[in-house]
Design a protein around this ligand. Structure first.
Ligand code: IMP
Ligand code: MG
Length: 418
């Protein structure tokens, strides 16, 4: 059903990444000019296709080179404090901070070799082609720049499937251990907000047990693994001698200065308002749902009714957008940062967001810079997504599944070794 409403809805900017869409638009022109959808009827098919591939590849690579230069120019503007006036900012007004240059032309060569983008006759360079090229470009820049001091990971969908746990056989574990052996610190910056170490152990035991074993086997000496839960609310540090291998670190010892100004009264008013908005959505959409209130978050989770689906995507997005709007317009919403996001099966409003989460990790680990930090996550749309804010703190990689995280870490190790 392609009604006008549906088209408008799909076009809403919150469902699009502006930089990726813009690059996609640039690549669409050579695709149209070089692709050969009629090659099947052509006797000279092989030579036509070879010519197409060479032509499209050259033009795509040139475009990536030009975008790379525009990003370099934007970075120069950043260092002069005039990033608002860069050409890239005029072309893509939503672009934010770049912590490193992006080796886009080389990354395109790498991904084209893997995905055969230039050989396609019917399917133009896609969102995923460009997302993965941006990831490769980021990894290449980081590894050429020297060491990566900190990699932070989101939890659900990034390390394990939505709502699952990081169990012993997860293939991400040996890749993370390899990072630890190289001296890279690991952070898990997740929305999942618990005050007890045992709960995090329950979600992450595969990794924590493996780190403990690596210490016993003398594979690593003093690995730094920290968890920042509730976006930026609860810090736990790996401790070989602690119960569940996790030690709680009191907030006042790691909080950023800015976070000290968040008044408890405003925090609770904000959560009251959020709870009211969520209840309103339950009523208006007649949802079978439960509201979960915590000291630093409030969420809505489905109460399954046999034979009936849980929340659907449109309902989840509606809940986020309604709640976000109510909080944006409110007085406490102007005093305390918050993050309203669609968790796939639930919606949560957390106090703070992942920019504070990553910045707190960097600070706790001795002042690591954004250009030496990589955050890996699955939620980078501008509304209703919680990894998006990490872009304010460090470089990022946007993955779509735990399998992609494994592939990303393999690629990271590959680029570090060449
Ligand atoms: P993430 O992908 O690791 O950031 O985890 C997001 C998921 O954690 C949400 O979708 C929820 O299912 C779950 N969760 C558990 N507790 C909280 C909380 O206090 N705030 C937000 N999400 C929570
Ligand atoms: Mg996630």
């Amino acid at each position: 059903m392609t009604t006008r409403y549906r088209v408008e809805y799909a076009l809403k900017t919150h469902r699009r990444d502006q930089l990726i869409e813009w690059i996609k638009g640039l690549l669409a022109v050579p695709f149209v000019l070089h692709s050969q959808p009629s090659a099947a009827y052509d006797e000279r098919r092989r030579s036509v296709l070879a010519k197409m591939e060479i032509g499209a590849h050259r033009r795509y690579a040139e475009i990536m080179h030009d975008v790379e230069e525009l990003i370099n120019d934007h970075i120069e503007h950043q260092s002069r404090g005039t990033q608002g006036r860069s050409k890239l900012k005029h072309l893509v007004p939503s672009v934010g901070v770049f912590f490193t240059p992006l080796l886009l032309e080389e990354a395109f060569e790498f991904q084209d070799n893997r995905r055969k983008i230039s050989s396609r006759r019917f399917v133009p360079p896609s969102f995923n082609d460009i997302r993965l090229t941006l990831n490769s470009a980021q990894l290449m820049s980081l590894t050429r720049n020297g060491s990566i001091d900190l990699v932070t990971f989101d939890g659900d969908v990034t390390l394990y499937d939505d709502g699952e746990s990081l169990t012993n056989e997860n293939p991400v574990i040996p890749r993370i251990l390899k990072l630890l052996r190289q001296g890279t610190h690991i952070g898990i910056v997740t929305a999942a907000g618990y005050t007890d170490a045992i709960k995090y152990y329950g979600r992450l035991h595969g990794l924590l047990d493996a780190v403990a074993k690596a210490i016993t086997d003398k594979e690593v000496a003093d690995p730094k693994v920290i968890i920042l839960g509730g976006e930026s609310n609860y810090l736990f540090e790996f401790d070989f001698h602690a119960e569940s291998f996790l030690k709680y670190v009191p907030r006042k010892t790691w909080m950023l200065d800015e976070m000290r100004s968040w008044q408890e009264e405003d925090i609770q008013s904000l959560l009251d308002l959020a709870e009211g908005a969520l209840r309103e959505c339950v009523g208006s959409m007649q949802l079978s749902a439960q509201i979960l209130r915590k000291d630093r978050a409030v969420g809505i989770i489905p109460v399954p009714i046999p034979g009936k689906p849980k929340f659907n995507r449109e309902q989840l997005e509606e809940i986020v957008l309604v709640t976000q709007q109510i909080l944006d317009l409110s007085t406490p919403g102007k005093k305390v940062p918050f993050c309203a996001f669609n968790g796939g099966n639930d919606v949560f409003v957390d106090i703070g967001d992942k920019s504070y989460g990553v910045l707190s990790c960097q600070r706790y680990l001795g002042g690591i810079e954004g250009s030496k930090t990589l955050h890996v996550g699955d939620q980078f749309l501008s509304a209703g997504a919680n990894d998006f804010k990490a872009r304010l703190a460090c470089t990022t990689a946007w993955i779509a599944s735990p399998a992609e995280t494994v592939a990303l870490l393999d690629e990271l190790h590959f680029h570090s070794e060449i």
